[in-house]
Design a protein around this ligand. Structure first.
Ligand code: ZN
Length: 461
């Protein structure tokens, strides 16, 4: 079906001139507040009008009743208001029809366009709001959205949308889950685990008015051999690692044999997640350096005194695995790598001794415990040829950024909301492509609409 809509844009400018910025601002206002919603409404009504003619002529319309009936009788009209990213469209009268076979009434346009019975917004608007809410406070979103899109909504509405969405649902991709034994299947992955504390809102008052409480967020993120990242989950309800392990087991998440868990020294994490990860535990080097500071601080150290030790530790840990396949690396090179690792372990002993000499007993003990796990990735590669690179800078950045944002957002949310927000953040961060794909499918963007635009000018003075 093709139709033209002719609209008239009246432009009045001062003969003496005007600023381009004002022109742009006025155009934005006009299109956001009037042109877009009205055009949208008009297009929907044109389609509705066409269907009405078909119904009146007893011709089929692209819609059938649940009972199988394909012809309908007119049954009045219905008004409908829907919020979209280009404004709120207020359709005064949509055709309502009745199925002569079962007596059920329908509003065909809504069903054809994929608008459900109680849906008040398009999926595109939901996507936009969720992305904004995951980035900034929802009070800020309220202002942003009103300014740029003329969807005037109370921030509590956004809050409600966030709590109701199912876009936060995280499914571990199948290619990362263990296959049947003996069958060539998914390759080992690395699983990164981290936990962080934040301030969130308690349950002791209406939303946003509870007292600040200590929030607790745990994050699991996976990375394939190819380097692509996938989300595994976030937990904001004070779940223990044991409960998280149980939940993943229930969800049948078990990673391929040879997978590696990368996390800080907290023994509970490696104990509880071993059954899921199905492989070794490796101490994350980034965590090790970060936690060294914490341990020294416990012993009375400060940032400046700690930095040289951290730098030394990082230098010792910096052993790169060869980029080539295991088979292609010569025995001499493997020997050299093994020697280098031995030397690094000796340097660790030296570092531990110096840390102890500086009076940081806790930190020294911490490094001693960490030592064997730190070089696990090299030993493992030398032994099995399975690469499990140490925490890549990408993961470091992702975890750090995720933590930073979650901490900033947590003030707005109680537990349930916090869990949703952090899951959405993790999804957007870990695999933006997957996030976009999810929405493309949900929004049904499948080349069924084409628009063109032509200008006609007429000068009147
Ligand atoms: Zn019917």
């Amino acid at each position: 079906m093709h139709f033209n809509i002719v609209s008239n844009l009246g432009v009045t400018v001062k003969d003496s001139g005007f600023s381009i910025d004002e022109l742009v601002v006025r155009m934005q206002e006009l299109f956001n507040q009037k042109a877009f919603p009205e055009l949208l409404c008009e297009i929907l009504m044109m389609f509705d009008e066409m269907m009405k003619l078909l119904v009146m002529r007893k011709c089929p319309i692209p819609f059938s009743c649940g009972c199988g009936g394909e012809s309908f009788v007119l049954d009045g009209t219905r008004a409908r208001k829907i919020r979209t990213p280009i404004g709120t469209v207020d359709i005064p009268a949509l055709m309502r029809v009745k199925c002569p076979y079962c007596g059920k009434t329908h509003v065909p346009l809504l069903e054809i366009c994929g608008i459900e019975a109680y849906q008040t917004k398009t999926d595109g608007l939901e996507k936009l709001i969720l992305e904004k809410c995951a980035q900034t406070s929802y009070r800020r979103v309220e202002k942003d959205v009103a300014d740029s899109m003329c969807v005037r909504l109370d921030h509590s509405t956004f809050h409600r949308w966030m709590l109701r969405t199912d876009a936060d649902d995280i499914r571990v991709p199948e290619d990362a889950i263990a296959s049947i034994p003996g069958v060539e299947g998914p390759r080992p992955v690395q699983v990164f685990a981290d936990g962080m504390k934040c301030k969130s809102v308690g349950d002791d008052g209406p939303k946003g008015h509870g007292h600040a409480v200590q929030g607790d967020i745990k994050v699991l993120l996976g990375i394939r051999e190819s380097g692509t990242v996938f989300p595994i989950g976030t937990w904001a309800g004070h779940e223990t690692w044991e409960e998280i392990g149980d939940e993943l087991e229930r969800r049948k998440v078990k990673f391929p044999e040879g997978s590696v868990l990368v996390c800080d020294g907290e023994p509970e994490i490696s104990e509880q997640l071993a059954r899921i990860v199905n492989g070794d535990h490796q101490r994350c080097q980034w965590h090790t350096a970060r936690d060294l500071y914490y341990e020294m601080w416990l012993d009375g150290g400060n940032r400046d005194k700690c930095r040289p030790f951290q730098d030394r530790l990082k230098k010792i840990m910096a052993i790169e695995l060869p980029k080539e396949d295991f088979e292609k690396v010569s025995d001499e090179d493997k020997k050299a790598l093994s020697d280098k690792t031995d030397a690094a372990e000796k340097q660790m002993d030296g570092l531990i001794a110096d840390v102890r000499k500086g009076g940081y007993e806790k930190a020294a003990g911490y490094l001693e415990r960490a030592k064997s796990a730190i070089f696990a990735y090299v030993r493992r590669w030398l032994l099995l040829g399975i690469a499990c690179p140490k925490a890549s800078s990408f993961i470091e950045r992702t975890m750090r950024e995720l933590g930073r944002r979650i901490k900033k957002l947590a003030y707005n949310w109680k537990e349930a909301g916090l869990n949703k927000v952090s899951s959405i953040l993790l999804k957007i961060f870990a695999s933006n492509e997957e996030w976009e794909k999810y929405w493309r499918e949900r929004m049904n963007l499948n080349q069924k609409v084409m628009l063109s635009f032509k200008l006609q000018k007429h000068l009147c003075r």
